[in-house]
Ligand binder design. Structure first.
Ligand SMILES: Cc1cc2nc3c(=O)[nH]c(=O)nc-3n(C[C@H](O)[C@H](O)[C@H](O)COP(=O)(O)O)c2cc1C
Length: 146
């Protein structure tokens, strides 16, 4: 069965993202044609990028990177749940993306953005970054205001 990771891109205490990701998950599991799992960045406690080699080499020296890589490699597709911070997506999500390379590539992604303006600029920036990694993105997106 296709495995879809719902990436919760916010780690802020009191974040709205947890409820949004749960809502996405609850809706998704009703489909029954894929397996869905919420991936909470807060559970991985990634530091600022601290790998000496570029992620494209796959030469991961740190246990936290290997743990993150194993999780992302286990999915065929993703739904990114992201708030908008200062017209972009959160730095913690950018770091989580930057830590890996092959684990993202040749997979598909959809988006649920949220924020004052529905997270549209955050999702646009994220699309741009994922294009570099060979992620095929779904044009339609969910926009939630707060
Ligand atoms: C640092 C910061 C910057 C923000 N910048 C924007 C912004 O540029 N545009 C917007 O629509 N909302 C912005 N917001 C509002 C958030 O998108 C909104 O509060 C969202 O629910 C926060 O998600 P979270 O609770 O999961 O962290 C910002 C919030 C924070 C904390």
């Amino acid at each position: 069965m296709i495995r879809v990771g719902i990436i919760l891109g916010s780690t802020r205490p009191g974040r709205n993202g947890e409820a949004v990701a749960r809502w996405v998950h609850d809706l998704a599991v009703k489909r029954g044609d894929a397996a869905y799992e919420v991936v909470d960045l807060a559970d991985f406690e990634l530091p600022h990028l601290d790998e000496p080699q570029a992620a494209a080499t796959g030469d991961y020296r740190h246990e936290h990177t290997r743990r993150w890589a194993d999780k992302i490699a286990s999915f065929d597709a993703f739904v990114f749940v992201t708030p908008e911070y200062n017209h972009s997506f959160p730095g913690v999500l950018k770091t989580a993306v930057d830590f890996l390379y092959a684990e993202w590539g040749n997979k598909a992604a959809g988006f649920v953005g949220y924020g004052v303006d529905g997270g549209v600029r955050a999702v646009e920036h994220l699309r741009h970054v994922l294009a570099m990694l060979g992620v095929a993105t779904v044009p339609a997106q969910v926009t939630l205001s707060y």
